[in-house]
Design a protein around this ligand. Structure first.
Ligand code: UDP
Ligand code: MG
Length: 139
């Protein structure tokens, strides 16, 4: 995946609360083009692999439970400086620390249930995009 791309998930809480439309609207309004997108549900094995970097952390079990409890929207987004600009758009991991107007400030309930994922590097954007989409889907 090119470095002008990032990967996002609208997490189960966003889907449950009916926030898909509002969050996608904000993503588009912020200049991101949706390159690939699907509604899908992660298995326990999927979530354990996706978040493997956190598998020693005390919140890992809860994180896997949360991320597998219902559907997510997975998407690849394109924009100049996509990774950094998307992290700015979503705000801090803990919504209590997130800047006004960010997606997490607007829609996240807590540090655990924080509405959206955004890749933290170009390398991880490529790995995470490929985790959810085949080459043919990444048009
Ligand atoms: N998380 C959590 N408790 C914490 C830190 C993180 O439940 O104390 C969850 C939260 O859903 C977060 C995810 O684990 O989005 C990954 O954590 P990371 O530190 O990578 O935050 P992010 O990159 O999503 O901002
Ligand atoms: Mg992270």
């Amino acid at each position: 995946m090119a470095t002008n791309r990032t990967f996002t998930m609208l997490k189960p809480d966003s889907v449950e609360k009916g926030h898909i439309g509002a969050i996608l609207e904000k993503i588009n309004a912020s200049g991101f083009r949706i390159v690939a997108m699907k509604l899908t549900q992660m298995t326990t094995a999927d979530a354990e692999e996706f978040y493997a970097i956190h598998n020693e952390r005390p919140f890992f079990g809860e994180l896997v439970e949360y991320m597998t409890r219902g559907p997510i929207v997975a998407a690849i987004l394109e924009k100049e400086n996509a990774v950094e600009d998307f992290r700015t758009l979503i705000g801090a991991t803990n919504p209590a620390d997130a800047a006004e107007g960010t997606i997490r400030k607007l829609y996240a309930a807590s540090i655990g249930e924080n509405a959206v994922h955004g890749s933290d590097s170009d390398e991880n954007a490529a790995i995470e995009g490929a985790f959810h989409f085949s080459g043919r889907e990444m048009f």
